[in-house]
Design a protein around this ligand. Structure first.
Ligand code: CS2
Ligand code: MN
Length: 355
């Protein structure tokens, strides 16, 4: 594995590259052009400038998270080919700059969904949290305001205000889209982009739906191992792979996380490692990465990655807000740096004990 850290870019991220460079073991960043809306082409000059900036800090670009997918592609509307052509152009431009990993998601309307962005934990840290009853009480059109009120002024990944302003229209677009349709549209998209992925050796890594079940009546398909296997089979190319995000699959306690990892050898291109604490079946909050702070066995998760010979980028995922840091919820420096050190420690111990 390569240890990496998510970075949203100068002007968007409160954490500068030089601080990331000082986290032991981190050699690459997972980054993006954060001002790009879904459907826009990423110009070669912009990608080159991003790459130069990252490389000047002594790091490199390990992958992109995310190149977001336009809703026309997800719903399969008549103009989808135009947006797929643009996506292919963006992939080509990334490939030419030696970027070989792209994380994306296929969630309708909303990206990751939480009821709170700053729930206070017993130690005084604050975390993202999800309570099903609270979500059930929110109207979809109010979801954006609910999500942003505790965002510390940050633009939230996947919650582009431009899209959210059209929320009713978006819901209308998805009216006739069920799980089957979403699978079909994903297949169509993947089949069209595989040639460019093969040409530039770009690994596509779908991010799971978070939480791993339908919200607001919208279908969600990247939720469990059966659906993942279906997706791998339906476009059977090693460039069609997954982001294994423990915190997203783990929202459903029925997902056996180490077991899922072990049944996807060669198709996990990217790993997000984090822990959740369940208070009940309908309520969870994000925890420190350490196993004892949450509900997951992080040793078993990292060991499964080690055992399948995972050699892609890994990153700590959302962290708690600690030590009076003010940052994009989930994406401060301190707790993610602690998570990095912990994952590195697990990895070293596992690799040495296997000798
Ligand atoms: C996220 C997502 O859990 C996560 O990594 O915060 O926003 C994720 O980056 C996207 O769904 C990937 O497209
Ligand atoms: Mn994730």
């Amino acid at each position: 594995m390569e240890m990496t850290f998510r970075w949203f870019g100068t002007g968007f991220d409160t954490v500068p590259l030089w601080k990331i460079r000082q986290i032991p073991g981190v050699t690459g960043v997972i980054t993006t052009l954060y001002d790009k809306e879904p459907g826009e082409i990423w110009e070669p000059e912009r990608i080159r400038a991003l790459r130069s900036e990252v490389e000047a800090s002594g790091l490199h670009i390990s992958g992109i998270e995310s190149v977001n997918i336009h809703d026309a592609i997800k719903v399969g509307s008549p103009d989808r080919d135009l947006y797929i052509d643009r996506y292919i152009q963006t992939l080509e431009n990334l490939g030419k700059e030696d970027i070989h990993l792209v994380c994306y998601n296929f969630m309708p309307v909303f990206d990751w969904t939480r009821s709170e962005l700053a729930r206070v934990r017993p130690d005084g840290s604050t975390v993202l949290a999800y309570n099903q009853d609270a979500i059930d009480a929110i109207k979809p059109e109010n979801m954006f305001d609910n999500m942003t009120k505790d965002a510390n002024g940050a633009r939230l990944a996947g919650w582009e205000p431009e899209r959210m302003a059209r929320i009713k229209e978006l819901f209308g677009m998805y009216r006739d889209v069920d799980e089957e349709k979403l699978f079909e549209n994903l297949k169509y998209f993947l089949e069209r982009i595989m040639p460019v992925c093969n040409k530039y050796d770009i690994r596509m890594a779908v991010h799971p739906d978070d939480p791993a079940w339908p919200v607001f009546g919208l279908p969600r398909i990247i939720t469990n191992i059966d659906n993942l296997k279906r997706m791998m089979r339906m476009v059977d190319d090693p460039h069609n792979g997954v982001t294994f995000c423990s915190g997203s699959y783990g929202t459903n306690p029925e997902n056996d996380l180490p077991g899922m990892i072990r049944s996807l050898p060669g198709r996990i291109h990217f790993a997000h490692v984090r822990n959740l604490k369940f208070n009940s079946e309908r309520d969870f909050e994000e925890a420190a990465h350490l196993s004892s702070d949450g509900s997951f066995d992080m040793y078993e998760i990292v060991k499964a990655l080690y055992d399948i010979g995972f050699d892609g980028p890994i990153r700590p995922d959302h962290g708690r807000m600690i030590w009076e840091e003010s940052a994009m919820p989930g994406y401060g420096l301190y707790d993610r740096a602690l998570g990095t050190a912990y994952i590195n420690g697990l990895w070293e111990a596992i690799s040495k004990s296997g000798r």
